[in-house]
Design a protein around this ligand. Structure first.
Ligand SMILES: [Zn+2]
Length: 240
């Protein structure tokens, strides 16, 4: 019995070690690569040259963050074959728009993308939710913001800080100022499904909460992460 358990543990450790090695060296399965303004974009397919315009727009969004420095390096991998997203996202799912590995490699993975249209390709037959506010450049800026959070607040920041703050700030920067605070607060008070993360999967409610602290109270992002207030306390402010 003990031998079987020990063998199981050794097997699990070997598998975890192999997975960490795979995560650390994704380049062989992303043979196409293009560098622009600090971004290294890799893909499993030739990269449409219009990616530069997409990156310009992602940087315009990132410039709304005090954590961003011009030329800051990011590694973005576009996964046109979704098994790559499934594997490298560490979620074993291909249903997300993108994923940032904030604890190990600081690599970014984006789902299949139509670079010419600045869009991600929806995982279903329907268009993605809130597509008007979420072009490909939004997803790249959102995931790059997670890398900024990881560099500023540490590789364990997703453990030490709540989801509403981590995702809310990535959404705040990703939208690049394209957010009507009062309109969204009204929607939240009216129990709109767009402001219900559990129902819609959208981070708009988290964005509203972060906006309350940064825009209404005038906190810096560093103050927000240091003070680490509870979501309930921010919602109390929003309902006043
Ligand atoms: Zn996110």
């Amino acid at each position: 019995m003990m031998k079987a358990i020990a063998a199981g543990c050794v097997g699990l450790l070997s598998l975890s070690g192999a997975y960490l090695i795979v995560l650390s060296f994704p380049d062989p399965v992303f043979p196409y690569s293009h560098g622009y303004r600090g971004f290294q974009v890799s893909s499993d397919r030739p990269i449409d040259p219009r990616i530069d315009g997409v990156i310009d727009d992602a940087i315009r969004r990132l410039q709304t963050s005090e954590l961003y420095r011009p030329g800051e390096p990011f590694r973005v991998h576009i996964c046109n074959s979704t098994w790559r997203l499934w594997l490298y996202s560490e979620k074993f799912s291909d249903q997300m728009g993108g994923e940032a590995d904030t604890w190990l490699t600081r690599n970014i993975y984006i789902r299949p993308a139509d670079i010419a249209r600045n869009r991600i390709v929806s995982p279903s037959a329907e268009e993605i939710s809130d597509v008007a506010h979420r072009p490909l450049s939004y997803f790249i800026a959102h995931e790059a913001t997670h890398i900024l959070e990881s560099r500023a607040f540490g590789r364990l920041m997703i453990v030490t800080h709540p989801k509403w703050m981590v995702e809310g700030y990535a959404d705040y920067v990703g939208k690049g100022g394209d957010f009507d605070f009062e309109a969204n607060r009204r929607l939240w008070r009216d129990h709109s499904p767009m402001l219900d993360y559990g129902g819609s999967g959208l981070y708009r409610i988290f964005h509203l909460e972060v906006s309350q602290l940064l825009d209404r109270k005038g906190w810096t992002v560093r103050q927000m992460f240091t003070r680490n207030p509870t979501e309930a306390s921010v919602q109390r402010q929003l309902s006043e």
